[in-house]
Design a binder for this molecule. Structure first.
Ligand code: HEM
Length: 224
């Protein structure tokens, strides 16, 4: 009798220890989105894929990135010019951000057009909007990381916007920037959000949203 292939044997080995077949088939593959999901929910699937690309390319960029005002743009130029396929990873991260925002926006639009933002789905909608806003904040903070003229201009514009909030505006802006003018404290905050807090929030919200949609489905509730 032919010996099972290496992949099959590895799966058997894991199966005897952790019951992986049950987990993969029963818990992952069979728990797809509810049946009857409309075609536009694929915008959401594609956005989730774009998010994965952002995580993978972002981690690769992080290996070389130097998070100081003096070193940031030099380290990125090095990625572009000297590291093999560095230009490709950076390009994928920058283009991926645009695809992600575009696909997520299309998904939100489709949800609104189907009326799925209304009761009794309003919590799904709130979670979705929070995830989208966090993705926008990730795109904004990502553009600050190269610490070039455009980055400084966008930090200053963002801080000025926050300063307009009546009462707390100045304190909030100084806290976000880490002082009166953008400097290394700003870059540290931006990096912490972009690579740690932001990804944590986005992943938690996406996970929660998927769980909620599995409960409610994608079909509008018939009004009776
Ligand atoms: C929602 C997910 C994300 C979005 C939308 C996003 C977006 C961006 C954008 C627009 C840039 C500027 C690109 C450029 O200047 O050409 C950037 C830079 C960067 N991102 Fe992200 N990013 C995401 C996730 C991540 C993650 C998870 C990491 C790391 C763990 C990461 C690490 C970096 C680094 C190190 C840079 C600076 C290098 C560069 O500018 O090329 N990103 N990001």
């Amino acid at each position: 009798m032919a010996r099972p292939r290496l992949g099959e044997r590895a799966l058997d080995w894991l199966d005897r220890r952790y019951d992986v077949r049950y987990f993969l088939v029963d818990r992952v593959l069979l728990r797809r989105m509810p049946s009857g999901s409309p075609w536009w929910y694929r915008f959401g699937i594609l956005a989730a894929f774009a998010l994965l690309v952002q995580f993978a390319s972002g981690l690769a960029l992080l290996v070389q990135y130097v998070p100081t005002p003096e070193g940031a743009s030099g380290s990125i130029n090095q990625v572009q010019a000297q590291i093999p396929f560095g230009w490709f990873v950076r390009g994928a991260h920058a283009a991926g951000a645009m695809f992600l925002v575009g696909l997520a926006a299309l998904y939100l639009l489709a949800v609104v057009l189907r009326g799925l933002h209304k009761a009794p789905r309003e919590i799904n909608w709130m979670v979705l909007v929070m995830a989208f806003l966090t993705v926008l904040a990730m795109a904004y903070t990502g553009r600050v990381l190269p610490w070039d003229d455009a980055a400084l201009a966008s930090v200053t514009a963002g801080a000025n916007l926050v300063r307009q909030i009546p009462g707390l505006g100045s304190t909030a802006a100084n806290w976000l920037v880490g002082g009166d003018v953008p400097d290394r404290a700003t870059l540290r905050r931006v990096l912490a959000f972009h690579v740690a807090l932001g990804p944590f929030i986005v992943l938690s919200l996406v996970f929660l949203y998927v769980r909620l949609v599995r409960l409610t489905g994608h079909q509008p509730v018939e009004e009776g």
